[in-house]
Structure formats: structure tokens, C-alpha cells
Design a protein around this ligand. Structure first.
Ligand code: COI
Length: 363
């Protein structure tokens, strides 16, 4: 890590906020609203490649109004977290998995591929500069948001010849306002997130923009998140607005939608599959029909449903509703498999349990 951090020039180490104001900001309950003092940045041009690795003061970006990102949405991002362990050391969870997915997203969006060393180096250089911002509370962490956008000022529709990569950081607690409590999910039946051959497996801003209207409709129905069905048949469950979904059967086996190319390959999703398998649960990745889930929830063969993602961690789902159904899952409270696996994952992330899969990287 020292080697990849050393590639970055530290342009600023100012800490504009007094320690007590920083402490108050870190305790901010709302996800993603407070940012640390600095940001990491690397610039790319087709002629020179990646140059000017630096950590600079957090602040507004200068954008030409003709920048490609503003017109055609050529942009990708990632989400990962840094955790403070009891001895004060700071660790990232599977950053190489985020770096690899970022590279796949870049290819799909015709953006340049950032080497994994620079992805991890930028995150580590930023965290080291702003280490005072890493919270140490039970559900708290420093959420890192790497992103890349097409910065060339050019209105023709072709891949940009210039791009900017940045990492910003935000101290966070639980993603949902209610904390770690069961949430309600609305199944969108008129909108889809992604289609075959589209950008569903890439983490690009446009996927999330497309989820906002159905997400708003979910809110209007009293639900925290929207669930999307597949675009070709409108019958199979894909994922939620910004997280993957798992179904726990009464017999202890667990199912999650298989990766079809239109579903985001979640790092938390893959970690949960590993942890469940370690505990002896059968985990099946398959095409899961909404009709099967409705029947299974009604007859009790599905016992628990949960959402997962870096931001959401593992969030129990207590209710699944749509235009013609409204089902409470079991008694609406968090299920035991859900909470056990959640505890195991967060214990590893927070250094309370052995990192037996080598998932943690010290920053
Ligand atoms: C994450 O879980 O990190 C995401 O990128 C999802 C976003 C909705 C916050």
C-alpha cells in the first residue's frame, strides 16, 4: 500500500474544521451528506494516459459546459467503505473487487481503465490524509465514492479523449433513515432498470438516474426501495434501486437472482454467498420469478428476505408490495439468518472476527 500511496502528491493537508465541528459532522445521521476535507484525483488524456495523481482540497470542480459527461452521461462510480478497528487502524473491505468492477464498468462505458494500483492508491492516500474522519461507532464507517467522468468538451457522440477520476469520502451510519430496521419494497411493474445487452452490470450513473422515477413511486406507496423485474418478460426479480436481494427459505437454503448481465455484481452479494456457504447453507443463484416469491411468502416456504449492498450492508425486508399484492414477510421483523449473516459480515469488517477470506486491506 505504501508504494501505491507514494504515487500520489499531497497538495493539501488543511483541516479547515475544528475538531469539535468535525466530530459533530461525523455523527451526522443522514447518509452521504457530509464530506471530508480532501479528495483524491487523477487526470487522463488519450495522449498522456493517467497523470497528476494527487490529493487536493475538497471543493467544486471546474467543468466546461460542453463536457461529454453533461450531455451523454459517460460516467461510472464505485462505493466501498473504510472501517476503524479497535486498535485505531483503518481497513478497507475488498477494495480490489471494487477496482476490478470499476475496470469492467469503464470498458462498458468506453472510459479509460484505471489500473487497480491507482484505484486503491487513491483511496488509501485520501483516507490517510483524512484519517481523523474515519468514525469508530458500531454502525459507522467512512464511505468512499470513487468515480470517473468524461471531461472532454466536445458534442460529437464518441468516447471522450479526456477523463477525470476522483475519490471523495463521507462518514456514514445506516443507509436507511430508520437504522437497521426492516424496510418495505415496492415491485415496479411498468419500469425496468436494464435490458439485455444494456448497462445493467456496469455501475454507471445512468442506471441510477433511471431508477429514480420508479423509486419515487415506491416512496409514494410507503416503501423505501423499488424492486425491478427483468425487462424481457417482466416476471423475474433482478435487483432493487441500489442493492441486491436475497430470499431465505424456511428450510435454510438461500436464493438470489443469478447474474444475467443486467444485474449489478455486488461485492456484498458475493461476500454473503461465501459466508452463507461457509455456514452450511445451500445458496442457489437462479432466475427467481415474482410469482414464486408471492406464493412462497404466502405459504411460508420463504421465511426471510433481505437487501444488501455496500451502503445498505444487509437490510432486512419486512414487506413486499406491488399493484395487486401486499405481503408481510413472516411477522415483518428481521429474520434470524439475515441478522446472523449481517453480524458475521460486520464483525469481519470491523475487525471483531478473523478475516479468514483475506478481505480486509490495511490503508
Ligand atoms: C453502494 O451500495 O455503495 C451503492 O453504490 C448504492 C447506492 C445506492 C448508495
Amino acid at each position: 500500500i505504501d508504494d501505491v500511496v507514494a504515487r500520489f502528491e499531497i497538495h493539501s493537508t488543511d483541516t479547515p474544521l475544528p475538531a469539535d465541528e468535525r466530530a459533530a459532522a461525523i455523527a451526522s445521521p443522514k447518509f452521504g451528506t457530509v464530506f471530508t476535507d480532501h479528495m483524491a484525483r487523477v487526470t487522463w488524456t488519450s495522449g498522456e494516459g493517467w497523470t497528476d495523481r494527487r490529493v487536493e482540497k475538497y471543493g467544486p470542480l471546474l467543468l466546461d459546459p460542453a463536457s461529454a459527461v453533461l450531455h451523454y452521461g459517460q460516467e461510472i462510480f464505485e462505493g466501498l467503505k473504510a472501517y476503524r478497528h479497535h486498535d485505531g487502524s483503518v481497513w478497507a473491505f475488498r477494495p480490489e473487487a471494487n477496482a476490478a468492477r470499476f475496470a469492467r464498468s469503464a470498458e462498458r462505458l468506453a472510459l479509460p481503465v484505471l489500473p487497480a494500483e491507482d484505484f486503491i492508491g487513491a483511496a488509501a492516500a485520501l483516507v490517510r490524509t483524512d484519517v481523523e474522519w474515519v468514525p469508530d461507532g458500531e454502525e459507522a464507517s467512512l464511505y468512499l465514492r470513487p468515480f470517473m467522468y468524461a471531461s472532454e468538451a466536445f458534442l460529437g457522440v464518441r468516447p471522450s479523449l479526456e477523463a477525470e477520476f476522483l475519490v471523495i469520502a463521507s462518514p456514514v451510519g445506516p443507509y436507511f433513515a430508520g437504522g437497521v430496521k426492516p424496510v418495505a419494497i415496492w415491485v415496479a411493474q411498468d419500469f425496468h432498470r436494464a435490458g439485455a445487452g444494456g448497462t445493467g452490470a456496469a455501475k454507471c450513473g445512468g442506471n441510477y438516474a433511471a431508477s429514480l422515477l420508479p423509486q419515487t413511486q415506491a416512496h409514494e406507496k410507503g416503501c423505501e426501495q423499488v424492486c425491478f423485474l427483468d425487462a424481457s418478460t417482466n416476471t423475474a426479480i433482478e435487483e432493487l434501486g441500489g442493492m441486491n436481494v436475497f430470499f431465505v427459505r424456511a428450510d435454510g437454503s438461500v436464493e438470489t437472482p443469478e447474474l444475467t448481465g443486467s444485474i449489478l455484481e455486488g461485492v456484498t452479494r458475493s461476500s454473503i454467498i461465501t459466508l452463507l456457504t461457509d455456514r452450511g447453507h445451500e445458496v442457489v443463484e437462479r432466475r427467481i420469478l415474482l410469482s414464486e416469491v408471492r406464493e412462497g411468502l404466502a405459504d411460508g416456504s420463504y421465511a426471510e428476505v433481505f437487501a444488501c449492498g455496500t451502503a445498505a450492508v444487509i437490510t432486512p425486508i419486512g414487506r413486499l408490495a406491488g399493484e395487486d399484492f401486499d405481503l408481510t414477510i413472516a411477522d415483518g421483523s428481521a429474520g434470524s439468518v439475515t441478522m446472523t449473516i449481517r453480524g458475521e459480515l460486520t464483525d469481519i469488517q470491523n475487525g471483531r472476527a478473523a478475516d479468514r477470506h483475506g478481505w480486509m486491506t490495511r490503508l
